[in-house]
Design a protein around this ligand. Structure first.
Ligand SMILES: Cc1cc2nc3c(=O)[nH]c(=O)nc-3n(C[C@H](O)[C@H](O)[C@H](O)COP(=O)(O)O)c2cc1C
Length: 187
């Protein structure tokens, strides 16, 4: 079975972007496309970065755990808010911890904002960052505008029809990338 990890990047008090994480997990599982594990940075609560995992002499169990989960995932979806035109420090904190784990990993982005642009400003910086990490970024966008209006706290979309339509497009692209990588790895 395909394995998908979703990094929920926001650690903000009363965060809203986690609603999208809950929705995507349910959406994928209901269609039985993959198993989904949420890697919630708020739960992990990593200290501020001091050194990469491979150079740490006694890494924390949680760091080893997230490294293993990312390594074994077929694709990683990152659900991130936009803060002042960029991604949150909590996300960079964990990206820098790891290195080999990101290599050739398909990564898809879901960006979230309170305003009407759906966190789109984050896309270019994330693309560059993951290009540096030699990951493969999935060429599909999933911007979520006006988060507190578009999803409930439980991760239910308020406009189900249009949300299902665009989520299907996003997930289809992601599944195509997983299959493409699988076929290339066979040769
Ligand atoms: C520090 C900070 C900076 C923000 N900057 C932006 C921004 O540049 N553009 C935007 O559309 N929304 C911005 N917002 C609003 C967020 O998009 C909104 O709070 C969203 O819910 C963030 O996700 P979160 O609730 O999971 O933290 C900002 C919010 C915070 C807390």
């Amino acid at each position: 079975m395909t394995r998908i990890a979703i990094i929920s990047a926001s650690v903000r008090l009363k965060r809203n972007s986690h609603r999208v994480t809950l929705y995507l997990k349910r959406f994928i599982e209901e269609k039985q496309l993959a198993t989904v594990e949420i890697l919630d940075l708020d739960t992990y609560n990593f200290p501020v970065f001091k050194e990469r995992l491979r150079l740490q002499s006694s890494p924390a169990v949680e760091v080893l755990e997230i490294a293993e989960k990312i390594k074994s995932a077929d694709v990683v979806i990152i659900v991130t808010p936009e803060y002042n035109g960029g991604y949150p420090a909590s996300l960079k904190n964990v990206i820098d911890l790891l290195y080999d784990e990101w290599k050739r990993k398909p990564i898809a982005f879901a960006t979230v904002s309170a305003g009407s642009f759906g966190g789109m400003n984050v896309i270019t910086s994330l693309q560059y960052l993951f290009w540096k990490m030699q990951a493969w970024t999935v060429p599909a966008l999933y911007p979520v505008p006006e988060i507190s209006k578009t999803f409930t706290e439980q991760g239910e979309p308020t406009d189900k029809t249009s949300t299902v339509k665009r989520t299907t497009r996003f997930i289809d692209e992601l599944m195509w990338c997983i299959e493409a990588k699988r076929r290339m790895s066979e040769n």
